[in-house]
Design a protein around this ligand. Structure first.
Ligand SMILES: CC(C)(COP(=O)(O)OP(=O)(O)OC[C@H]1O[C@@H](n2cnc3c(N)ncnc32)[C@H](O)[C@@H]1OP(=O)(O)O)[C@@H](O)C(=O)NCCC(=O)NCCS
Length: 162
């Protein structure tokens, strides 16, 4: 149980969830695109993204979790085992992405539960570190990750070429 009154379940996503997950991801990218246009998605994103979701749902080294309230998906997170260059001491990390919670369900601990479930899954896979990228201007997400104990390790710069 999350919050005082909400009964939200965190479950592994299935193939039948693809449409809903795509809908939430679209909202995530519309939101991120407004923060920084580099994150906007193209019009044919749906077909490509659904294909990617389908593949990821079949992978043993990837997982998608959903937050469900009264049978409806209200949040999601995706993760995968990501290989780094083999000569690095840290050769594998748990990479998290597509974290999104529907607006009416925010501030109730849903994202915290989603992340914790994914971190448990990463640990079961033998991983010792998790990584996530947040847009600098996404104050809420940056605050959220720091609160969970993540610390900033690099900054990405972009230069438009003329
Ligand atoms: C960021 C997001 C996932 C947080 O989801 P959530 O379910 O509201 O998060 P939680 O309720 O688990 O919040 C945990 C902590 O995050 C921080 N947080 C959440 N909402 C916040 C807000 N509006 N302002 C500042 N901090 C906030 C707080 O530290 C909070 O802990 P507290 O309530 O004890 O203070 C959600 O706001 C969201 O979906 N945003 C749009 C998509 C997005 O930014 N995704 C991340 C991409 S990197």
């Amino acid at each position: 149980m999350i919050g005082n009154e909400l009964k939200i379940k965190i479950q592994k996503a299935e193939l039948s969830d693809i449409d809903e997950l795509t809908r939430l991801s679209r909202m995530l990218w519309d939101f991120e695109g407004r923060l920084d246009s580099h994150y906007s998605v193209s019009e044919n994103f749906e077909i490509m993204f659904k294909g990617q979701l389908r593949r990821n749902l079949g992978r043993r080294d990837a997982a998608i979790f959903k937050a469900v309230h009264k049978g409806k998906i209200v949040g999601q997170i995706s993760g995968e085992v990501q290989e780094k260059v083999p000569y690095r001491k840290l050769s594998k990390v748990g990479y998290m992405e597509y974290l999104f919670v529907a607006k009416p369900y925010r501030g109730k601990g849903v994202a915290t539960c989603l992340v914790e479930e994914l971190l448990r899954w990463f640990r079961k896979k033998g991983l010792r570190h998790a990584e996530v990228i947040a847009i600098s201007r996404n104050m809420r997400a940056n605050h959220f990750y720091r609160k969970l104990g993540f610390r900033e390790i690099h900054r990405k710069y972009m230069l438009p070429l003329r």
